[in-house]
Design a protein around this ligand. Structure first.
Ligand SMILES: [Zn+2]
Length: 122
């Protein structure tokens, strides 16, 4: 991976990006903010962002959803989607996640209309 200039002048250097078949320790997923439990698969990235080291752990499904969303909306570098920090009123990504990536929507606790009515019955 080389050095790439981001739109806002920031520089991201990815030093490591790898799929882990089964993590040894639990990690918090940066996309959905739920735990990746020991033994579950994950994707690990490590690099330098504007001079600061970063490392992120994400679920493979969350990563795939974010990558697809970024591709669809041309969101890269500092615009890259991190679902747990995104506001639906601005991005309107909830409906898209519910339809395309229901597993991720569930982790983010995005309420679907069907689920809301079920919850009301309980
Ligand atoms: Zn996740």
């Amino acid at each position: 991976m080389g050095r790439r200039e981001a739109g806002g002048g920031g520089t991201v250097t990815t030093l490591s990006s790898k799929a882990i078949k089964a993590v040894r320790k639990p990690h918090c997923c940066e996309q959905c903010n739920t735990m990746i439990q020991a033994g579950e698969p994950a994707h690990y990235d490590f690099g330098i962002w504007d001079g600061y080291a970063f490392s992120t752990w994400v679920h493979p499904e969350c990563r795939a959803a974010a990558h697809e969303y970024a591709t669809l909306n041309d969101l890269w570098f500092e615009d890259y989607p991190w679902f747990q920090h995104m506001d639906d009123s601005e991005h309107e990504h909830h409906g898209w996640l519910l339809e395309k990536h229901p597993v991720v929507a569930q982790r983010l606790r995005i309420p679907s209309k069907a689920k809301q009515s079920k919850a009301a019955e309980l």
